[in-house]
Design a binder for this molecule. Structure first.
Ligand code: ADP
Ligand code: MG
Length: 235
């Protein structure tokens, strides 16, 4: 990324150790990353190399052991958490897209997307209006009133992306988002993420094994033995 912009995401020397003593596992051993607003980067590495651990630290789901994490230039972690309310951080500043969409079965598609904005204090009407707008952008508005269980895998994944975008977070973390999808659908999901990044200046990290989508990233990080290596694809 260009040096003159404040990164949306910056990691410096990030470490994560699970457990202690003889059974300790050092999953991250000093990870450095910089991602600009509007950038979509891939993160690839073998199973067990620390990809999910990295996303969980950045998403404030687990505590890093050492190092620094910055969002939009603000230190959120520097040996210890620098923000008091991690729930608010997760709700307002990070969107998650998982391999399995985890949609809530007793809410219709619209309310699955509107739920977080409602919890963040938006009126139900405003939250549903925004949800519908996103469902339209993602080409699933025709499913707005459906029970999520009745949707195809591709439709569910697009709803989960709409949900991740609902609070307009500056950062989206996607852990193997195309794993359940065929090639064409997988590329469509990547295109949506790229469009959203451009429109909203969202910084997006996509963890993936998916050979079909890896060539679409302008920048790719490899993770091996708990460390990241950048590969410039030069497109
Ligand atoms: N909760 C946990 N407790 C102990 N070890 C863990 C835990 N979660 C992950 N690990 C270990 O940390 C390493 C990285 O795991 P993970 O981040 O899930 O890798 P990836 O997502 O790349 O497959 C692996 O050795 C894994 O066994
Ligand atoms: Mg994983």
């Amino acid at each position: 990324m260009a040096d003159n912009t404040t990164p949306a995401i910056e990691l410096r020397g990030l470490c994560k150790r699970y457990g202690s003593g003889d059974t300790a596992v050092d999953a991250l051993k000093g990870v450095d990353m910089r991602i600009a607003p509007g950038e979509v980067v891939g993160l690839v590495g073998p199973s067990g190399s620390g990809k999910s651990t990295l996303l969980k630290c950045l998403g404030a789901v687990i505590d890093p052991t050492a190092g620094q994490m910055f969002l939009g230039g603000e230190a959120i972690f520097d040996g210890v958490w620098k923000v008091k309310d991690l729930r608010t951080l997760r709700r307002d500043r990070i969107g998650f897209v998982f391999q399995a969409p985890y949609l809530i079965p007793f809410l219709d598609v619209t309310d699955n997307v509107a739920l977080l904005p409602m919890l963040a204090g938006k009126s139900n009407k405003e939250a549903r209006r925004r949800a519908l707008e996103l469902l339209e952008a993602l080409d699933v508005a025709h499913r707005a009133k459906s029970n999520p269980a009745l949707l195809s895998g591709g439709e569910q994944q697009r709803v989960s992306i709409a949900r991740a975008l609902a609070n307009n977070p500056p950062v989206i973390l996607a852990d193997e988002p195309t794993a359940p999808l065929d090639g064409e659908r997988a590329l469509a999901v990547v295109k949506i993420l790229n469009d959203m990044a451009q429109q909203h200046q969202t910084a997006i990290i996509v963890v993936t094994h998916d050979e079909k989508i890896i060539p679409t990233f302008k920048r790719l990080y490899h993770i091996r033995d708990g460390k990241t290596y950048e590969e410039s694809v030069g497109k």
